[in-house]
Design a protein around this ligand. Structure first.
Ligand SMILES: [Zn+2]
Length: 206
């Protein structure tokens, strides 16, 4: 793509670094911003800057939060002995939308994936095991997507918790194998948490 302006070229390049945005779409978006009032672009770039500088991760569950302890962890009405293990904030949002879960979460920040070079130490598994050792958790619900990486991660955590007298369960698979949680409708997802099955049974089924 030939540009008559270096400034335009730079903006298009940066925009095209976003997932799913090719050069042509990037150009369309940048030209759109140029047609809008200047304030629109300023608000957008400010929002991104403030997001990057001020965003925090909850010190307990590692979910994205504006404060040190997120609203869910800080809510006294939630059952702190019940912890749902998820990959990222999108899963937390999907499960919260069901309105049926009253426990806490633990956000791993990804899944174990030897192919992508992601090992247990790259995730927040250490702090989950610490919480478990402190006796804070009675039941752990695995709610990772049912992919090979998800299953590997569940099994790794399950092994770490052996001998700690913690009940482990996995969400019932009304959700098809490989489906991401965020795409499951609220009723299906809510039901699959309520009808969770002991983790041991899910291993036998493999
Ligand atoms: Zn939290």
């Amino acid at each position: 793509m030939e540009f008559s302006s270096k400034l335009l070229e730079n903006a298009v390049y940066e925009m095209s670094q976003l997932p799913g945005i090719g050069k042509r779409t990037a150009l369309r978006l940048v030209l759109h911003l140029l047609k809008q009032p200047k304030e629109q672009s300023v608000r957008l770039s400010n929002a991104i800057q403030v997001l990057r500088s001020d965003i925090k991760f909850c010190t307990s569950c590692h979910n994205i939060s504006d404060v040190a302890l997120c609203e869910i962890c800080g809510n006294n009405k939630r059952d702190k002995s019940l912890v749902c293990v998820v990959e990222d904030i999108r899963d937390v949002m999907a499960i919260e939308n069901t309105g049926q879960y009253r426990g806490l979460y633990h956000v791993l920040g990804g899944k174990i994936s030897p192919m992508e070079g992601i090992g247990p130490q790259d995730l927040t598994i250490g702090s989950l095991v610490e919480k478990a050792k402190n006796g804070e958790i009675k039941e752990l619900i695995f709610a990772l997507s049912s992919t090979m990486e998800g299953d590997t991660t569940n099994f790794y955590i399950y092994k770490q918790l052996e001998g700690m007298n913690i009940k482990t369960s996995t969400i019932a698979r009304g959700i098809a194998v490989g489906d991401e949680l965020e795409y499951a409708d609220e009723i299906t997802l809510g039901r699959s948490i309520m009808n969770r099955i002991p983790f041991e049974n899910s291993i036998k089924a493999l």
